[in-house]
Every structure is written in C-alpha cells, then in structure tokens.
Design a protein around this ligand. Structure first.
Ligand SMILES: [Mg+2]
Length: 345
C-alpha cells in the first residue's frame, strides 16, 4: 500500500539544507507536469506501508547508491559515462587531448566527481549541459534490462528505501525506469538535491543585471559562464558534509540506517557519519564496511536481519491471543503515526 503525503513545511531545516530539501524530489520517476496534483512547493514524501515497520527493527531505512550498486559495473555504463565526460572536457572546455584522461581521473579521485573537480579548479559551465553530455548519451537500452529479482527483494523489505546518488535526477529516473524499479523507492537524493540552483534575484536586481550582462560574462579556460553555472563547491559523496546533508534531508537516524554503495571511499565516509555500511560488488569488506555483497542480488542471504524483525513480529501476532492482537495492532498504528509525525516535523 502506498500513500502520497505532502510535507507542508521546511521550517525544521537549517537554511542551506532547507533549499536542498526543497529540491528533494522523491518522485523523479513520474511526469513532473503532475506536480499540481501534490502542490508545487511541497516536499513530496512517499510513505510505503509505514504500519509494517517495527520499532524493534535493526534498520529503519536503507540508503542505496545507484550506479554500479543497483546494477553491475559490467553493464558498461560506467565506462561510457567516463568517455562522455572526457568528450565534454575536450569539446566544451578545450582541455588538451593528451591531458583529458589523466585529469578526468585525478579530479574524480580528489573531488569526488570529475564535475566537482572541474568546478573546483576554476572551470565554469552549465550543470545541465554537463549532465546532458555525461548521461544524456548513455546506451541505457543496451546496458540495462528490467530486474524482477531485485524488484521483488526491494518490495519485500519493510524499511524505508531511498537512493542517494551523485548523478543528476534525469539519469536516476532513467536507470530506475530501465531496471523496472519505479515503485520500489520513497525518493532520490541526487545532484540537484544537494546542489540546488540559487533562488532567482528580485525583479529589480534582475532588471539591473540585464544592463551589464556582457560585463558579467566570465570566461575561464575557454568556456563561457551561463545562467546556472556556479563557482561554489559542489556537494557530493564522498564528502562527510554530503553524507550528513543526506541524513538530514531524508530525516533518518544513521544508527538505524543501512548504506549500500560500490565505492570504498563512500563507504568510509558513510561509516564516519554513523551509518551501517555494505560494500557492493566485492566479496570482501573494505575499511569502514560492515558487510560485503558481491551482488545486490545476494542481499537476503547476506543480511537476513533486514527481514528478521518483521518476521518475528508476524510470528508474535499469530501466537498472540485476540486481546494481545489488539495491542500489537495498536502498537503498529502508533509506530505508523510516529513515522508520519517524523516525516511531517
Ligand atoms: Mg556507484
């Protein structure tokens, strides 16, 4: 059972995160033109059968990376994406051809993503144009097929489930759609969530800006600035600040949340933020990882505790007297109300 709810207020977020929270769109997998159904400014939260969650559960939330976690690296998307980014660096930023590969890798290692690194060292470009090249040309149809096994696993998990990716919203929506997982997640924390565009200037300031637009054009390393370009640092994994922002925006208790990612450095950062961690795509743990999964498909065998609390609760319900059942059902209703209160706080 699914239910849409609208968060009426973002007052509990500190100012920088309030903007990010307002950008959190847990419905990237739906037509954005349908916003009016739920209210344009409201934060949409999909609560998934909250009554099934147990306060006794070890985990209340599962936070999944997207790329190379929900599908294997062998899909080829990772390599295709890197090639696209190198093409952007060459064609749009005019970086020397013999420098592109080395720079792409070094910036990725140093700043979390190559895009973040390019911005940090002074290149200015439109975020959307970058994403259009990096992700817009990916061979989704050949690389990704529906994954009913993973879908069934996800739908059987009683916890809240969210995606936390450095990728942009469109890419996340496309991947989730191709995998057939549109109805499996409450929402996605993506590039736009952590890096919202600044609010538009007041009308008077905008009019004044029109007069000196040419003066304000900044050209760095052969690339002109644009309306959505920014010189501020990009917030992304593996920075601890990004982890903490995601925890805050999703309103989760890190000590009750399982974080799954294929990147060792993201795992280390998640552990520093207090999350339980699973490295995906490896058979042995890395530093900061509590568990290792060679494939996301092995999750039930490796982490039966995800399902355990619910199964124990169901057994308790079956074994109880009719009077006890009322109490148990009341507790479930109270737990659901508490979840709603948390979501709406
Ligand atoms: Mg990944």
């Amino acid at each position: 059972m699914y239910k849409w709810a609208i968060q009426p207020s973002l007052m509990d977020y500190p100012p920088p995160l309030a903007a990010a929270a307002a950008c959190l769109n847990p419905s990237p997998f739906h037509d954005h033109s349908s916003h009016s159904r739920f209210g344009l400014s409201g934060l949409l939260i999909l609560t998934m059968d909250a009554g099934r969650r147990s306060s006794r559960a070890k985990y209340e939330c599962l936070l999944f990376d997207l790329d190379d976690t929900l599908y294997p690296m062998s899909s080829g998307l990772n390599l295709a994406c890197r090639n696209n980014i190198e093409e952007f660096m060459l064609q749009q930023l005019y970086i020397e051809e013999n420098e592109v590969s080395r720079m792409c890798l070094e910036l990725y290692r140093e700043y979390g993503t190559t895009m973040a690194g390019l911005k940090a060292v002074g290149y200015e470009f439109d975020d959307d144009e970058f994403h259009a090249v990096a992700h817009g040309k990916l061979p989704y149809a050949e690389a990704l097929k529906p994954d009913p096994l993973l879908r069934n696993l996800l739908l059987s998990m009683p916890q809240r489930k969210l995606i936390f990716t450095n990728s942009n919203r469109e890419h996340a929506a496309e991947v989730v759609k191709r995998l057939g997982l549109e109805d499996c997640f409450e929402g996605v924390i993506c590039f736009e969530t952590l890096n919202p565009l600044p609010p538009p200037p007041p009308a008077s300031a905008a009019a004044a800006a029109d007069d000196d637009d040419i003066d304000r054009q900044v050209v760095v390393a052969g690339s002109s600035s644009s309306s959505s370009s920014t010189t501020s640092p990009i917030l992304c994994k593996p920075s601890l600040q990004a982890m903490q922002a995601a925890i805050h925006i999703a309103n989760i208790d890190p000590s009750k949340t399982l974080f799954l990612d294929d990147s060792a450095r993201n795992i280390a950062s998640a552990k520093a933020a207090g999350l339980h961690t699973v490295i995906v795509g490896r058979s042995t743990v890395v530093e900061g990882a509590d568990h290792a999964l060679s494939s996301i498909h092995n999750i039930k065998e490796a982490l039966p505790e995800i399902w355990q609390a619910e199964e124990e609760e169901e057994e308790a319900t079956v074994a109880a007297t009719p009077g006890d059942q009322v109490i148990i059902q009341s507790n479930a209703a109270a737990a659901a109300a508490a979840v709603q209160a948390t979501v709406f706080a």
